[in-house]
Design a protein around this ligand. Structure first.
Ligand SMILES: *[C@@H]1O[C@H](CO)[C@@H](O)[C@H](O)[C@H]1NC(C)=O
Ligand SMILES: *[C@@H]1O[C@H](CO)[C@@H](O)[C@H](O)[C@H]1NC(C)=O
Length: 413
């Protein structure tokens, strides 16, 4: 009995000490009241001189029994701190770019949430050689190594179930990482969740045209022609059609969707800044508004412009269209905030998306089908584990897409 008590006490002491104290956020600027839960910010070092920034918020419920949730925003090249500060973090950035308000719908009400800025070159993450050329397979592997490093620093969480989650291009990051994690028996992978994610360029393009038409975005003349040139016997192929007449109409439809000022992430929201166009000279820099999940073939002319931009002297910044990240970047670039988050002096400034990471990124997968099939066979065979793929409003996120996806994976729901 005494021995048991003693060892529990010792174990308890070990558990408390396990977290890296140097990374603990002791005071976070912008909050009226400091939080009651613990939070950490620092770097997960990965071989190859890569330093991936993480911000970890412990559960408000009971950290020792709450699951661990890893969150990844997309891009490729965009920062997961966008998810923390504007979506489901414990506090949300206010328009003044200086204050934070507690979020009633924070995921850390019931989970320990790990926000990881990946790959190197994104947000506060960097590599010693500053070479940010990477690809889907390298990213999945480095994220896996970063997760292992997290467990080394916080061993007390290795017994808690793990959920890997993300959105947009996270539709590629999440299942590719999950496959690697599922092969490691030391990690208790419980499930994955993808919101508004990219799963297949073909399914994305094909469903988007229907979604746009049924939401009244495409005119009936264009719709008639799309059907005439792209559809046969009730099946339409809008993606990469070899038929020139079809692909011209698809380009027109894509223009209506992407370039007329609609918010492509959420049809029911305004587009901050109005119709973004594709590239804008902002005086001290060139801004590129590019929704990274598009099939590169859809915007061939745009890709050509990107190549030309490489020769321009001004710095190039990439922003997702219709989003306004000014408040987040004002906050995160504040010197006191950087200090509170233990940001390396190696990093210049925080931007929501990295043009360098995006520009040199190698997309390996046309579709994530094989990954899902592998995960379905390992995860779903255990009923307590699950995969969740949701999307509602628009291009990477439309309902029609997910109906197709469900058929595609032959899953019964
Ligand atoms: C991805 O990047 C890794 C590491 O740089 C490299 O070894 C690999 O060949 C790349 N894969 C592809 C398909 O480009
Ligand atoms: C973006 O947000 C900032 C501050 O939060 C605001 O001052 C600015 O007007 C906004 N810009 C647009 C284009 O909405």
């Amino acid at each position: 009995m005494h021995l048991f008590l003693l060892s529990s006490v010792l174990l308890g002491a070990l558990l408390v000490d396990a977290a890296p104290t140097a990374d603990e956020i002791t005071y976070l600027p912008g909050l009226k009241k400091q939080p009651s839960f613990r939070q950490f910010s620092g770097y997960l070092n990965v071989p190859g001189g890569k330093h991936l920034h993480y911000w970890f918020v412990e559960s408000q419920k009971d950290p020792s029994s709450s699951p661990l949730v890893l969150w990844l925003n997309g891009g490729p090249g965009c920062s997961s701190l966008d998810g923390l500060l504007t979506e489901h973090g414990p506090f949300l950035i206010q328009p003044d770019g200086a204050t934070l308000e507690y979020n009633d719908f924070s995921w850390n009400k019931i989970a320990n949430v790990l926000y990881l800025e990946a790959p190197a070159g994104v947000g506060f993450s960097y590599s010693d050689d500053k070479d940010y050329k990477t690809n889907d397979t390298a990213v999945a592997h480095n994220n896996f190594l970063a997760l292992k490093e997290f467990y080394r620093l916080f061993p007390e969480y290795s017994k808690n179930g793990l959920y890997i989650t993300g959105e947009s291009y996270g539709g590629v990051y999440v299942p590719s990482l999950a496959v690697e994690v599922s092969q490691d028996s030391s990690i208790n992978l419980k499930g994955i969740a993808v919101g508004n994610g990219l799963s297949s360029y073909e399914t994305n393009d094909n469903s988007l045209v229907f979604f746009a038409y049924y939401h009244g975005i495409l005119g009936s003349a264009l719709w008639t022609e799309l059907q005439k040139f792209c559809c046969k016997e009730g099946t339409c192929q809008f993606h990469n059609s070899p038929d020139t007449e079809c692909s011209l109409r698809v380009q027109e439809a894509m223009h209506d969707v992407y370039s007329t000022g609609l918010n492509i992430y959420n049809l029911y929201e305004n587009c901050a800044g109005g119709a973004p166009g594709e590239i804008r000279d902002k005086g001290d820099h060139i801004a590129v508004y590019y929704p990274g999940f598009l099939s590169p073939k859809v915007h061939v002319h745009f890709e050509k412009k990107l190549v030309l931009l490489a020769n321009i002297e001004k710095p190039v910044k990439m922003d997702p269209p219709c989003m306004n990240s000014t408040a987040s970047s004002d906050y995160l670039n504040d010197l006191f905030v950087r200090k509170a988050l233990h940001i390396s002096p190696e990093v210049n400034r925080w931007d929501v998306c990295s043009f360098d990471v995006y520009r040199y990124y190698g997309r390996v997968y046309e579709t994530m089908k094989d990954h899902y099939l592998k995960l379905l066979s390992t995860l779903v065979s255990d009923c307590r584990k699950y995969i969740s793929v949701v999307g509602f409003y628009f291009s990477t996120s439309n309902v029609i897409l997910y109906r197709t996806v469900v058929n595609f994976y032959q899953v019964t729901i």
